[in-house]
Ligand binder design. Structure first.
Ligand code: AMP
Ligand code: TRP
Length: 335
């Protein structure tokens, strides 16, 4: 893992807000794993971002450690990629402030995520929630990232990052690379098993709607068994068959089979057989993840060591850009 290589830099973060769902896995983290050879990858647990919503401090701490272990368990290899916890690198908070001062109230007010989240949590519309995109811009710009894999909900923040970077470069001189979104061809969008018109989400109150990547195989099989489908009996990817489309998407993402191959495989069979096959494929896919996770959580020393290593490297890389930015805005550097 040498920075000198000509590889392009990929950077992404994920909030420590609970065990990843099958949606996070198939839509994001599994793809992150596959990028590790072609790109120089930096992945982090966005614990500072998670503070915009109130959760119990003890829980945040536990979830941060757990999320770090989950990334490794999903195949992010700390010998290939830089993996770290955001708050372990102080440069994020410092750069966040610089970005705050380059962000305009008007543009932050237009962020749809701010509007959504402030509606959802009317009792805690904190300033962090409002300036969240500035912190995120700092995360990305600190590492001179070329590409940022993000879901649709984050594209506005990425656009904002480019706007702020352009403004900074224009005002103080070029120091930031403008990042682009990375939209993998194979990234699956996984829908709720109970309401296949809405996204599978960690925060869904109905446990049957969501597969957690640490669910026990029996639980996974049962959830697929009770997944909502339709009254036809044809495994085919068609408009109006949201439930079946979702199961086919999952099956295809795991087995790499095309929709036509899947239709052919289940021709003349019922939904029961299909659901069973999807459940088994998912259990098989997640088995090593669960085993790796258990092993990692039992080896605290190893996890701590990897976190420390990640923090040191992240700090080293980010400080180069941070120092330049501080100089450019006219902060008097310590001698
Ligand atoms: P979140 O859990 O919303 O913070 O999302 C973390 C990452 O997982 C983002 O890149 C999302 O786009 C991705 N993601 C979350 N839920 C899904 C889903 N149901 N299907 C596909 N990708 C998802
Ligand atoms: N805001 C992202 C989310 O909620 C997480 C995140 C924080 C991130 N900083 C980032 C993603 C930088 C990509 C790049 O999902």
């Amino acid at each position: 893992m040498a920075e000198e290589t000509q590889k392009k830099i990929i950077l992404s973060g994920i909030q420590p807000t609970g065990v990843f769902t099958l949606g996070n896995y198939l839509g994001a983290v599994k793809g992150w794993k596959d990028l590790q050879d072609e790109y120089l990858c930096y992945y982090f647990i966005a614990d500072l971002h998670s503070m915009t919503i109130h959760i119990d401090p003890q829980k945040r701490r536990a979830q941060t450690r757990q999320a770090f272990a989950l990334l490794l368990a999903c195949g992010i290899d700390p010998d290939k990629s830089l993996v770290f916890v955001q708050s372990h690198n102080k440069a994020h908070a410092e750069m966040g402030w610089i970005m705050d001062c380059c962000s305009q109230f008007g543009e932050l007010s237009r962020m749809t995520q701010f509007k959504d989240k402030s509606q959802k949590h009317p009792d805690n519309i904190n300033a962090g929630l409002f300036t969240y995109p500035a912190l995120m811009a700092g995360d990305i710009l600190l590492y001179q990232a070329d590409y940022v894999p993000v879901g649709a909900d984050q594209t506005q923040h990425l656009e904002f990052t480019r706007d702020v970077a352009t403004r900074f470069n224009h005002t103080y001189g070029e120091i930031f690379k403008l990042p682009e979104g990375y939209y993998p061809k194979a990234g699956a969008r996984v829908m709720s098993l109970q309401d296949p018109t809405s996204k599978m989400s960690k925060s869904d109150p109905n446990p049957k709607a969501t597969i957690s990547i640490l669910d026990d195989p029996k639980v996974i099989m049962n959830k697929f068994k009770s997944a909502v489908t339709d009254s036809e009996a044809e495994v085919a990817f068609r408009e109006g068959k949201d439930g079946i489309n979702n199961l086919m998407t999952i099956y295809s993402a795991v087995t790499k089979k095309t929709m036509d191959e899947i239709t052919a495989e289940f021709a003349g069979k019922g939904y029961g057989d299909f659901k069973k096959a999807v459940g088994e494929a998912v259990c098989e896919e997640l088995r090593p993840v669960r085993e790796n996770f258990d092993r990692l959580m039992n080896d605290r020393a190893y996890l701590d060591e990897q976190m420390k290593k990640g923090a040191e490297r992240a700090t080293y890389i980010a400080n180069k850009t941070l120092t330049k930015a501080k100089k450019r805005v006219g902060l008097l550097l310590e001698s």
